[in-house]
Design a protein around this ligand. Sequence first.
Ligand code: GDP
Length: 193
Amino acid sequence: SDDSGPADSEDSHVNVHTSNLSLYRVLMMGSPGVGKTALARQFMTSEYKGTYTESNTPDIIEPERNVNVLLDDQESTLHFLDEEQHPDFEAEELPLDAYVVVFSVSDTTSYNHAVKTIRTLRDLHRTNKAIILVGNKIDLARQRRVARHDASRVAKKYDCRYIETSAALNHHVDELLVGILSQIREQIGPSAN
Ligand code: GDP
């Protein structure tokens, strides 16, 4: 990788998708207002700013988006789906490879909702797919209500990865993309790409 930016994941490289690679479907979940749209925007502008076209109607979220991620010299496409567009994803039998469950570290209710979502996925739906718990808005340090330690412990208990981000500051957003892909690959096993 020739990543020259101040990335915290040196051999990872993120860009906007155009071609045919192994494609993984990722469902973004979480309470309203936690920053799902803001994170998705950062995914799209991650390396090649300006490629993403702003919608004329900013409150209409693009339901499906692709991002290429390079990890261990192998590029894959993450295809993001929105829970609002697929509220009944279980009944739809959407083929999914990962769930990203977002909460705001400044909002205990959103955290409790996220934990409940993870518990439902693991205990009720009995999925063993990749789940990434995301604590967003860590820039709001003085408004923090959820301790990193607590979220991390819950994630571990349910075999999820925990990542803290700030969509506002574009902090750890690339790390989140790489984290999603590595969890998916770990889940799928060494034979797949
Ligand atoms: P969604 O409903 O989950 O899609 O949430 P949005 O992405 O629409 O964000 C809700 C509000 O939180 C907006 O005003 C965002 O600007 C704000 N927001 C999103 N991410 C962050 C963040 O990391 N830090 C801060 N301070 N605000 C954020």
